[in-house]
Design a binder for this molecule. Sequence first.
Ligand code: ATP
Ligand code: MG
Length: 299
Amino acid sequence: MKAADLAGRHRVVEGKGFRIGEVDADDTAGLDVEKDEAKDLIASNLERLGKLQERLYAEDERAVLIVLQAMDAGGKDSAIEHVMTGINPQGCDVKSFKQPGPIELKHDFLWRHVLALPQRGKIVIFNRSHYEEVLVVRVHPGILDGQGLPKELRDKDIWKRRFRSIRDFERHLVESGTAVLKFYLHISKDEQARRFLDRIDQPEKHWKFSFGDLEERKYWDAYMDAYEDMIRNTATEDAPWHVVPANNKWYARMVISSALAEALEALDPKFPKVDDDYRRRLAEARGALAAEAGKGRKG
Ligand code: ATP
Ligand code: MG
């Protein structure tokens, strides 16, 4: 199995007709993390990522935005950790989005996300994102009360307009040189229960357990509906979603690193070109340094 095939297997570029009920959270494409094929793929992805990211940074033209969404305990943190091991931390930032604060609520819903976008040469990972505005806010529409929207803009078409805003926003980014890669880590409801149980049973994981997460779990079906509609309305050729089976963390990580490496390869960033004048100055610098180094050795 090649990395490109693996990423392609879970990519949704045309949202219409997408059904979340058809996604198998246990899928591993027949791979086994204990076997060489999977191990080699993971290692080669990380190696490719490191090299490609260096070129992206050196080229200083394009940027990459990675959007990560998941239900609680979906494995966002471990996915981030994994991707980061492959790349130079200088070229990559993680931005986590929680409940918006008072200043953020004074602005349109995309504002705080715009402020966090990657500059040229960089990769930014959104740990939760603008998509919360059509997920948690849709599941709990009471949140809209605190958003200060004009009354006439709080009608039944609000989600349709938000989807359009998001599509337009992402197309704008792509047309400005930022690749947009979106991942929804899909775990089953049973798997979430198992992971919550681990957090309760293992003292070193207590800090990860939140009673609020348990409350949110009651809305599982409403979240699945919201995720399905989100993907139907925002999976595009420009900014596709990857619906990643995530009951097996290693598999989710492998799909993400495969998709990222493939996207960077498609951008094909180049080291800046060196002209004749620059080469001449390099040769001069080299001559001067070599003379000094020679003196140093003698002295
Ligand atoms: P972890 O639990 O691993 O630290 P997390 O992403 O779940 O990561 P939390 O602080 O537990 O972080 O939760 C953040 C909360 O903020 C989530 O419940 C999410 O739904 C909520 N949130 C994010 N964006 C918005 C938004 N725009 N409006 C309202 N709530 C939001
Ligand atoms: Mg949480």
